[in-house]
Design a protein around this ligand. Sequence first.
Ligand code: HEC
Length: 159
Amino acid sequence: MRTIDLFAAGALCIVPSSLLAADEVSVERGLYISIIGGCHFCHTEGYREADGKIDPEKALKGSSIGWQGPWGTTYAANLRDSAMGFNEDKWVDHLKNKVNLPPMPWYQVQAMSDGDLRSIYLYIKSLGPAGELAPFYREPGKAPRTPYVTLVPPQTPKK
Ligand code: HEC
């Protein structure tokens, strides 16, 4: 089996190239990347509770559970709706340059290959109607109107 050396990329492992196939662009690869990239963890409601089973009705429609921290309260966006605003080429440009508020791991998305981003686009487009948007961002100090997760490290008492 051919392998790709990821030492150069800073990862201390050898991964079979058949699992990477960065040049392939397909809905199936998009699904695969969305799983290993952890996108459903935040962007698909019920995913964590269902131990990683993707509800096709809810897949990547975003979440109404907020993430609160010093940046305010953010909501994992409805990616079906986001993708509607772009064609495949523009989507790749957009994701390569977009910086989001926490906890969105935009730096992981920026590290993806064009083939990865195109495949995610095809997968999102295959999912069906966008449905409702996720709740709107709340500024710091403004109380969220939805359930939310707090991501503030506990303060260590000063001696
Ligand atoms: C830990 C939670 C989390 C994970 C994991 C995550 N996201 Fe997000 N994502 C968010 C949040 C929260 C936002 C909204 C951030 C903001 O308001 O700036 C967001 C926003 C986005 C946006 C911007 C949408 C728009 O319309 O502006 C895109 C695109 C996106 N995520 C794609 C992805 C992809 C692709 C993955 C998987 C590789 C992923 N996200 C994984 C939480 C997450």
